[in-house]
Design a protein around this ligand. Structure first.
Ligand code: ATP
Ligand code: MG
Length: 275
């Protein structure tokens, strides 16, 4: 069952003269087993929307359910793991182990099972196990974010929601984070990422939901998103579309010049093999 946002409106300044809708009758779903990217201008309501997924905010009107449970219920909260933009907000342990162990130990996991859970989660996000004894605040920004991610994974969520996870990371840390998200997806966890730069998650993205002024602007595949967005990057999907129209079987998910080049070379090799 999915996360269902049904006709949700929200305002931070209820019953005051400042009241204006930050979310304006939003309806959307997060389907099981997808990698959904939420995009939109600054202040368009992205963070506000995802805070409804785990009941941090309650709708002014409308309803949010997670696998049929009201999003504010304990059952729903257990299903949704949330990584905020600044990992410092989520780390508090004296050691990385304490941090990653926090959620599973709250759910009653202990002893060897807990230790395995922690090391599995660290491994999944690409961190070395021996980082467990270090104080989290002694780590680099990128590694702190991965520790926070491991802590959420250790709680075995069904849905993982990340708000601007690559903000402030250098290119190497961004790659490590992308790799970690790829591993997380491979375990079958549904992922929702809020980002300003879809390129950071493009190879993983299956669907885009874009907002403007608290309203839905667009939803569709990444390719459809680029075609709907006036920018140079749409040239490549347009080219791929033209090739398809000519009967050439190009793969999905080709966005960059490099990817287009590789794809054209692949097709060339295939047709040479058939001759
Ligand atoms: N705690 C709050 N109290 C009052 N207004 C808020 C609060 N949080 C956000 N807002 C306002 O609600 C609107 C939507 O904010 P939100 O943070 O959801 O947008 P966003 O799309 O995540 O933006 P960004 O791209 O900057 O992260 C903005 O106008 C913002 O100023
Ligand atoms: Mg935000």
């Amino acid at each position: 069952m999915p996360v269902i946002v049904d006709n949700v409106s929200f305002s931070y300044a209820r019953n005051t003269q400042f009241e204006s809708m930050v979310l304006d009758r939003i309806s959307m779903k997060v389907e099981e087993d997808e990698f959904l990217v939420i995009m939109g201008e600054i202040g368009s309501g992205k963070s506000t929307l995802i805070k409804h997924f785990n009941g941090l905010l309650k709708p002014l009107s409308g309803k949010v359910t997670v696998d049929g449970y009201n999003a504010t219920s304990l059952q729903a909260r257990k299903l949704v793991g949330m990584l905020f933009q600044f990992p410092q907000q989520q780390l508090f342990g004296r050691t990385v182990f304490e941090d990653v162990a926090f959620a599973p130990s709250n759910f009653g996991v202990s002893g060897q099972e807990l230790r395995s859970k922690v090391s599995e989660s660290l491994k999944l996000v690409g961190l070395d196990e021996n980082i467990a004894s270090k104080p989290p605040f002694s780590l680099s920004n990128g590694h702190m974010r991965l520790v926070a991610l491991a802590g959420i994974i250790a709680a075995s969520p069904k849905y993982l929601v990340l708000d601007e996870p690559s903000t402030g990371l250098d290119p190497k840390s961004r790659k490590e984070l992308s790799k970690a998200l790829e591993q997380v997806r491979a375990t079958g966890i549904t992922v929702v990422v809020v980002t300003h730069n879809i390129r950071h998650v493009l190879p993983l993205a299956t669907r885009v939901f874009s907002m403007k002024g608290g309203k839905l602007r667009f939803t569709g595949t990444p390719e459809e998103y680029f075609l709907s967005t006036p920018s140079q990057i749409q040239d490549i999907p347009l080219l791929m579309g033209e090739l398809r129209k000519c009967g050439i079987e190009v793969n999905d998910g080709i966005f960059t010049v490099e990817e287009a080049f590789q794809e054209i070379m692949r097709i060339k090799r295939m047709s040479a093999a058939h001759e």
